[in-house]
Design a protein around this ligand. Sequence first.
Ligand SMILES: Nc1ncnc2c1ncn2[C@@H]1O[C@H](COP(=O)(O)OP(=O)(O)OP(=O)(O)O)[C@@H](O)[C@H]1O
Length: 315
Amino acid sequence: MTDNAIEISGLTKTYAGSGSEPPKTALKDVDLNIPRGSIFGLLGPNGAGKSTLINVLAGLVVKSAGHVKIWGFDQDVNPRQSRAAIGVMPQELNLDPFFTPRGSLDVQAGLYGVPRAERRTDEILEMIGLTDKGDAYARNLSGGMRRRLLLGKALVHNPRILVLDEPTAGVDIELRQMLWSNVRKLNDEGMTIILTTHYLEEAEQMCDEIAILHHGELLVRDTTPKLIGRIDTKTLVIQPEGTPPPDVALPQGVTLDRREGGILAFNYAKTKTSPGDILMALREAGVKIADVSIEEPDLEDVFLDLTRSANKSAA
Ligand SMILES: Nc1ncnc2c1ncn2[C@@H]1O[C@H](COP(=O)(O)OP(=O)(O)OP(=O)(O)O)[C@@H](O)[C@H]1O
């Protein structure tokens, strides 16, 4: 028995080139385990291979090499069980315009072999806030409603793992909040969640752990706080009283950015300098302080730092 929802080893995907184009390797020898019960973020720049990885998990793209286990079931040995363990909310709004939400959920449940007596159509319609639109044609639904319906479709067979591919791209705040509160509730009930997002702030708030893909390779995988802890730079932000002096002798390695409104932002390496050293230097320079705060790095800093150094080492 494993504690992992997903176990991926040596996963490689090469797409055949069309016409005169060369083949394209979208995933290169990826090893990745995703623990049961987590909210796991899969991040990476455009073209990094996130959708390819999700589509392999969903059984929509055939891998070129490697092994994938979903809830302990090897995709190649137990394709039916591994498919039943996972539900995928795709990026595209690919709904049949002539189906009603109730009809779409029913057809999807049929595809997964869920017996009529076990279908949870009304419960799912309520959860996604479409009870009163249950019998409206999909072509009459707004973009937000369609997206909610895609979430509902991913849940009809009560999967152990829910995968969300860019669920909030181009979505308004209200819908985003609704999606995230649904996702949190499902996770509290024990569902493992895997999501890709371009919104790093969102990943930071939602995900226990994060993996970053870059050019088809796994760049890093760690808990969200540890990833953020990798960045050594912090910023001490000072609002001085009166006009700040033009020059201050700073501890070695500390740099100063002057911001609007006379605000001074000192960037320092937390392993080399303490904020007290900077405050002392300011006191010695006669600077009076009206307000002080410390800015922590965020996931965006980690992301830029890692992808930049990966680009440099590839060059
Ligand atoms: N069907 C396909 N045929 C050929 N190449 C493909 C195919 N699908 C994806 N690729 C290529 O594989 C690479 C990875 O694409 P993928 O869509 O997995 O990346 P992604 O990280 O999901 O990007 P995005 O955030 O833009 O969706 C890209 O270079 C892409 O052009």
